[in-house]
Design a protein around this ligand. Structure first.
Ligand code: HEC
Length: 505
């Protein structure tokens, strides 16, 4: 059968399908996980320096070779033909070389044997073959909420790498935007205040200003639930040593639109081994405690197995009580009596939680966790849970086994939603819509993809089944979603603008 043709037919469906997570079932086709794992490791060590995997251009990564996910060249050649190609590479003068850059023999690593290359090829096939990476697929039903009914209306632009939009919950109606570059800006009545609310640009790494892709900088902002009375807010950033910092600040005494830079009090600092996967979202839960999510420390192979290692804050969600000199650990935190974990830990097994949210109506917690090469996921923790969940990374990526040598000592809470990298490459979690202006979207959980701008909505039916559907495709580089005090929904475009979701006029 013509492999290419088959693939193209499947791509058409792929665009409209969201995968609903279910326990790994008999429906899962079985590429030998060991082979795939080895191929992936070899690929990451040699080939990934030049080739993207669905990275596109929006991440700012410089891709020398071609994106090898859904790559027609990979799909149309047999294993033997592909092996021959990788053995020899493609010289610059070959007319088929469209990049005019040399593809070096054996990917530039003469030590790779043919058997190694075959492992890499097996891995590349899983990136192109939906059957190999999909677990359970469910067709999207058209509920009429898609394109045509809603529009994103620009609120402000000219921002510099905005990463978050929050409100202060103080009845002022203001919006606060955190820029990665270290500025917090106030938006009131659709306009910026001239003076930033806070400027911590001198505290963050220089790399943030070099124009390339970075995951460092000012990453999170949360206002104290009693901000109106105590003027306290909290930020999360990477400092100039690249380490994560959670700090408390105070609004100034004479101007509600300017914070007091001298009020800084560092609550905790976390050593970061690599510049990526910092997480950094902070948020007050319905219980009044501050939740902090840290990534695994970075590096695709998670070399220190941080997320499953109880002793570090890396790969964890923490829960602390900030109504103290610095902070206190709530007595009912899940691991307070477990000597293996620091008592601050609320949940673990996270890779790079990029935006979690509490449903403001129910208190349920949604954690969107960015995947490695294959799967993006949404974890769900119902309100009232005692905490302590293990969300699986790096033993699992989504519902699939990832690093085979990672021991899992406790039950893994698998995601409720996941999608594979034919539908995006980096999840951005949003809120559950609880505003008034868009009644048809009540109770829908919003999430999007940073790489391709897709926005989906999800919810759970009476029987507990999760369903998701494509909401809108956008051209945005979605770094966050946000809510105003009324619960109306906003989207933060990393390219520099904020949009509000409205009914199409
Ligand atoms: C030094 C950078 C570099 C490395 C390392 C590298 N490649 Fe490439 N690769 C390229 C370039 C550049 C091209 C495109 C050349 C062209 O247009 O013909 C390419 C093309 C390819 C193609 C053909 C894709 C197409 O659509 O034409 C495949 C398959 C491929 N590489 C696989 C690999 C594998 C597997 C490895 C690791 C063993 C690897 N490459 C390592 C630079 C690299």
């Amino acid at each position: 059968m013509n492999r290419n043709f088959l693939r193209l037919a499947v791509v058409g469906i792929g665009a409209a399908v969201l995968i609903l997570a279910a326990p790994i079932s008999a429906q899962t086709p079985t590429p030998d996980p060991e082979v795939i794992q080895q191929g992936q490791t070899l690929y990451q060590a040699t080939c990934a320096s030049c080739h993207g995997l669905n990275t596109g251009e929006v991440t700012g990564n410089v891709i020398i070779g071609k994106d090898l996910v859904n790559n027609v060249f990979v799909q149309s050649l047999s294993d033997e033909e592909l092996l021959a190609f990788i053995q020899q590479g493609r010289p610059v003068e070959d007319p088929l070389n469209t990049t005019k850059i040399l593809m070096p023999p054996r990917g530039g690593n003469p030590n790779l044997t043919d058997a190694d290359l075959m492992l890499i090829i097996a891995y590349l096939r899983t990136l192109s073959d939906p059957d190999a990476s999909r677990l359970v697929a469910s067709e999207v039903e058209d509920t009429g909420t898609g394109t045509g009914s809603y529009q994103w209306v620009q609120v402000v632009d000219n921002l510099d790498n905005p990463l978050q939009l929050v409100n202060a919950g103080d009845g002022s109606g203001r919006l606060f935007v955190a820029e990665q570059t270290g500025y917090i800006l106030v938006i009131e009545n659709g306009e910026f205040h001239q003076t930033p609310f806070l400027d911590i640009s001198t505290l963050i790494p220089d790399s943030v200003y070099h124009g390339g892709y970075t995951e460092q900088g000012l990453l999170g902002l949360a206002f104290h639930p009693d901000y109106e009375n105590n003027g306290q807010f909290f930020i999360s950033y990477t400092n100039d040593a690249g380490d994560s910092v959670i700090a408390r600040y105070q609004v100034s005494t004479d101007d509600p639109n300017v914070a007091d830079p001298n009020s800084a009090q560092i609550l905790l600092t976390l050593d970061q081994p690599f510049p990526d996967h910092n997480g950094g979202n902070i948020l007050f839960g319905p219980d009044g405690y501050l939740y902090i999510a840290f990534g695994d420390g970075g590096n695709p192979y998670e070399p220190n197995y941080n997320s499953q290692n109880p002793t570090t804050f890396l790969g964890k969600m923490l829960r602390i009580d900030v109504n103290a000199e610095t902070y206190r650990v709530p007595e009912d935190n899940p691991f307070v009596n477990d000597p293996n974990f620091p008592p601050e830990v609320w949940a673990y097994g996270l890779r790079n939680p990029w935006r979690f949210s509490f449903d403001r109506a129910t208190g349920d917690l949604y954690i969107a966790d960015v995947g490695q090469w294959l799967i993006e996921e949404v974890n769900f923790q119902p309100v009232g849970s005692p905490g302590g969940q293990n969300y699986g990374w790096s033993a699992y990526e989504g519902t699939q086994r990832y690093l085979m040598d990672v021991q899992v000592t406790s039950e893994v809470t698998l995601p409720v939603l996941q999608y594979t990298h034919d539908m995006g490459c980096s999840i951005t979690g949003g809120p559950v819509y609880r505003g008034k202006n868009l009644p048809d979207l009540q109770g829908r959980y919003f999430f999007g993809d940073y790489c391709n701008g897709s926005v989906w909505i999800a919810s759970q039916d009476e029987s507990g089944e999760w369903g998701a559907e494509l909401f809108l495709n956008t051209d945005f580089v979605i770094s966050s979603f946000g809510e105003d005090e009324q619960g109306e929904l906003y989207l933060v475009d990393y390219k520099g603008a904020i949009y509000r979701l409205e009914v199409q006029k």
